[in-house]
Design a protein around this ligand. Sequence first.
Ligand code: AMP
Length: 293
Amino acid sequence: MNLVRTFSDARASYKGTVALVPTMGFFHEGHLALMTAAQNSADTVVVSHFVNPLQFDNPADLERYPRDVERDMTIAEEAKVDVLFAPTSVEMIPQTPLTAVTVDGLTDTMEGVMRPGHFAGVATIVTKLFAGLQPHLAFFGRKDAQQLAVIRRLVLDLSFPVRVLAHPTVRESDGLALSSRNTLLTSEERLAARELSQGLFAAVTAVEAGERNGPRLESIVRGALHSSRPDYGELASQDRVERLSELDRPSFLAVAARVGKVRLIDNIAFDLAAGEVVADRGLRLKHPSLLYR
Ligand code: AMP
């Protein structure tokens, strides 16, 4: 594996087609799944590793975000990643940017409301990664459904020659979506964190029984939150991220809640196949995550 710190060193180590997996590090099996999907689709896999300060609206959250580059290098090496791009902050943000990428409309709900400036921070850094690393493909997790919509739209609007591919959410065996932030939970909070996925799966059961009403599905999700403090539970369209009164198109049911000091998000995507609604439940680990290794 090549560990590189600059865009030009990353580009100099490419062979053939290039797939990018953007991350903020502290790897777990969700990241590994994106790396494997990238390996199956391209000759060179470049994983970016950068805790993006522009996307944190809360300085304490940025401060607390788990970091361990040595650990991540070992994991990336084991995963046979070709290039680990771990830029210095000067390489990534040489000067306070006077240019920002904002994606309107899609960011007026959910995370866009709860975390002002968050998506502009994400979109600006992802644009820099696309410009500096010039990948043919880029892999993102469905775990961050609104982010995925934002990235797809910025690629369309700015004509980036990048194909965006999405991967299902990887979950612990009890359903909790993997997140680097899970390492910040106490054991009591870890139990409470199950409420997010439990609510989503209860809503999936209702959908399978024929429920299509948006507000009723949202109230099932919110109704599961007892020990965690809800920020929102919303059904929205996958492309425009517009709140839906009926599940009648590709959509996702999303939840965000605070468990202690840790803010967690999760969602289940609903796709339509031959007129049928199909829930993407994600993938479940059979063993505890490497987050706790
Ligand atoms: P992060 O390092 O949390 O910014 O995530 C980097 C990429 O991994 C993003 O595209 C996320 O959507 C994706 N990701 C994070 N958690 C998961 C998960 N549990 N399952 C699948 N993808 C994930």
